[in-house]
Design a protein around this ligand. Sequence first.
Ligand code: FAD
Ligand code: SF4
Ligand code: SF4
Length: 478
Amino acid sequence: MAERMLQFVRLQQQTPEKRPASQRREDFDEIYARFDPERARAQASRCSQCGVPFCQVHCPLNNNIPDWLKLTAEGRLEEAYEVASATNSFPEICGRVCPQDRLCEGNCVIEKGFHSVTIGSVEKFITDTAWEQGWVKPPTPSRELPYSVGIIGAGPAGLAAAERLRVQGFQVHVYDRYDRVGGLMIYGIPNFKLEKEVVLRRWKQYEAGGIRFHLGVEVGRDLTLAELRERHDAVFIATGVYKARDVELPGSDLAGVVPALDYLTAANRKGLGDAVPAFESGALDAAGKEVVVIGGGDTAMDCVRTAIRQGAAMVTCLYRRDKANMPGSMREVANAEEEGVRFLWLSAPEAFLGAGQVTGVRACRMHLGLPDATGRQQVAPIEGSHFVVPGSLVIKALGFDPEDLPAMFREPALAVTRWGTLKVDHRTMMTSLPGVFAGGDIVRGASLVVWGIRDGRDAAEQIAQYVLAKAGLAQAAE
Ligand code: FAD
Ligand code: SF4
Ligand code: SF4
């Protein structure tokens, strides 16, 4: 039965059921159940169909949210999927991993005193249903074009660009140094937030649509950027940011002090069934250990929650500011707390302790001071406040910077910003090299899947225009 809209006055907000923490701790499955069709329909009908939908304005893809909510409320799911997928290459992934509290749902202006519409869960429901019903089709073009585009990086930015270009008929070649497609969606984000099959099924679809993947190929080592530029009519760089930020502290070289992405990649590979010697030897396995994670962002939350699931004896998160100032999503912090992570706010590491193998972290208490020019409160150590946290596995989750791409690609003319991200013309997304475009984290710095998708889609549009204009000029000159 079709639902009327504006049902927020009658219906409470309901999120999909979350599995109990005691159960979640035991496996790596996603923690949220899916909406059943009735509940999805009811929740979608809470939307008040705003004239100026702030949810849409604050979605990086400007998704047409009110329309697909209305179609869902009316039970017209195939049409809802058409609308949702018109602006988003991976609606089912965004529905799972977007920090909706900061984006669409955080800006839902339903009415004062009412909780927002559960936009992300409905988006996930629509697209999971589309997969089950066979509505998701490979990106097959209606005509083939004789032009090719090389894409470096098979993360969300590279994949979104590949799909958009392929449907227009371009010959698309994606190069990635990993052995699987998906970038950080496969090797960074843990399975309990995004089950790997959700990403892997897209890969199969893309291959079926004629996108060519060249995996295990590292540009800079196996191929130069110059070679790629010769091979293709345009190149899109979407290589992400992978250089771990570090703290220079005494004991940094002790065994058992590891970077976050090494730890998470090992856990993800293990879950995918790969042989992972560093995991099997115990070096990157938290089982039975006292684990200390340093950092307060989403990567730190992924580490603490992975350690819990691996059976750590105790998991402690050290963060130098307080809870209110954590950069990570509050939803993820709450999930970690429920699962048994111990947080030590206003605590900063001073040294890693041990002889050969780490045994603990010496830390000190911090004091939150006045905001600086950026508005962020400054922190300073409190004298004489040292304490020791025992830890035989210490994971540093302090963020990521770009690698030195001009050196890696042997292309000194590739211009970078002072942060090392690639410099692009923000109108055309072209780098300092003609015909070479860039997007995703390598341009923005560590960001979000949804922004990667946005960049990939925008870049595809610019690349298509560039290649077709160049071809038109060449024909005119003949
Ligand atoms: P990436 O996903 O990093 O993909 C880049 C690809 O380029 C990789 O596959 C890499 O192998 C390849 N590559 C790099 N260099 C080369 C080379 N020289 N030659 C060939 N291939 C190369 N975002 C969210 O929205 N929600 C989350 O919950 C979330 N959780 C996260 C958790 C973790 C632990 C991390 C690290 C990040 C998380 N993010 C999350 C951020 C998100 O994953 C990234 O913003 C997004 O994946 C960036 O997309 P991208 O395509 O720019 O790069
Ligand atoms: Fe919200 Fe992300 Fe979906 Fe946009 S893509 S509607 S921000 S969940
Ligand atoms: Fe519906 Fe909220 Fe968006 Fe308004 S802001 S259109 S109520 S989802």
